[in-house]
Design a binder for this molecule. Structure first.
Ligand code: GLN
Length: 270
């Protein structure tokens, strides 16, 4: 088993920044056990399916789509190619929200472009008395999000509605989360992303700002008093998105991810 893992990691090194981790996750998946059980349990025979999974990864298919799961914050989420794979970078949004509320807790949470439901369900796990609403334009994404909510026990605290940003919303929310598409139309992304993840969740016009232009002006009327809207941004977009927010009558503060890159803006009413 350990020889098979070492060999697989060597094969994957040219296509993945995390070849050993990928190999472990794929072997655990082939065995139908967790990575922890794989690493801590007894040695097991390597099933033939492992090689098939390694071949898929060699063609740049993301591990999360091969295994159908991805960890985010405190949760294990189901993912399909209908949704963006949750990234650790996006946990910066949850940390920023926690920093905003401190000892308080948001009662109502809105997630615009919820995808797998990652941001919304993570924040519902963080604040056990909060209720949430997830919006997405994609019916297929909403099915994934609903499945995650049910499976993780959030079914009675969350609703999912198909819609285009906040166009149909009238209510106010204490916390608004949003990871919109923000990649420049002509940007070259890694094949793992470009060839497999939903382009509608990635690209946002020539400068990557199209969706902020649509959604930032909607936020002020949606924010409850003392509330905050936390938007994910690309590393070079803090100034442009802050300007859009200020034009919409909101204050903007930027926060960095673990790599030290600008990753989100926190918008509040003055
Ligand atoms: N962070 C993603 C990437 O690097 C982009 C996510 C998005 O556009 N919301 O591919």
């Amino acid at each position: 088993m350990s020889a098979a893992l070492t060999k697989a990691a060597t094969l994957l090194a040219p296509v993945s920044p995390t070849p050993r981790l990928d190999a472990e996750l794929l072997l655990a998946h082939a065995l139908g056990i967790s990575r922890e059980a794989l690493l801590l349990g007894p040695a097991r025979p390597v099933p033939p399916a492992f090689e098939v999974l390694i071949r898929r990864r060699l063609a740049h298919e993301p591990v999360a789509y091969i295994t159908g799961t991805r960890s985010f914050w405190t949760l294990d989420l189901h993912v399909t190619p209908d949704v963006l794979i949750p990234r650790p970078d996006s946990e910066t949004l949850i940390e920023t929200a926690i920093a905003h509320f401190g000892a308080r807790a948001p009662a109502t949470i809105l997630d615009l472009g919820t995808g797998s439901g990652a941001l919304l369900l993570a924040s519902l796990d963080q604040w056990p008395d909060a209720r949430g609403l997830g919006i997405d334009r994609s019916a297929a994404a909403l099915a994934v999000a609903r499945g995650n909510a049910e499976r993780l026990g959030f079914g009675n605290r969350v609703r999912f509605v198909q819609g285009s940003w906040a166009d149909a919303l009238a209510a106010r929310f204490d916390l608004i989360l949003c990871n919109p598409p923000y990649v420049e139309a002509e940007a070259t992304l890694a094949p793992d992303v470009a060839d497999y993840e939903p382009s509608a969740a990635l690209y946002a016009g020539p400068d990557g700002l199209d969706d902020y232009r649509r959604l930032v002006p909607q936020l002020r009327r949606l924010l409850a008093g003392n509330g905050v809207a936390v938007l994910e941004i690309g590393a070079t977009q803090a100034a442009a998105v802050s300007r859009l927010a200020e034009r919409a009558g909101l204050n903007a503060a930027t926060a960095q991810d673990l790599a030290g890159l600008d990753r989100c803006v926190a918008l509040t009413a003055p």
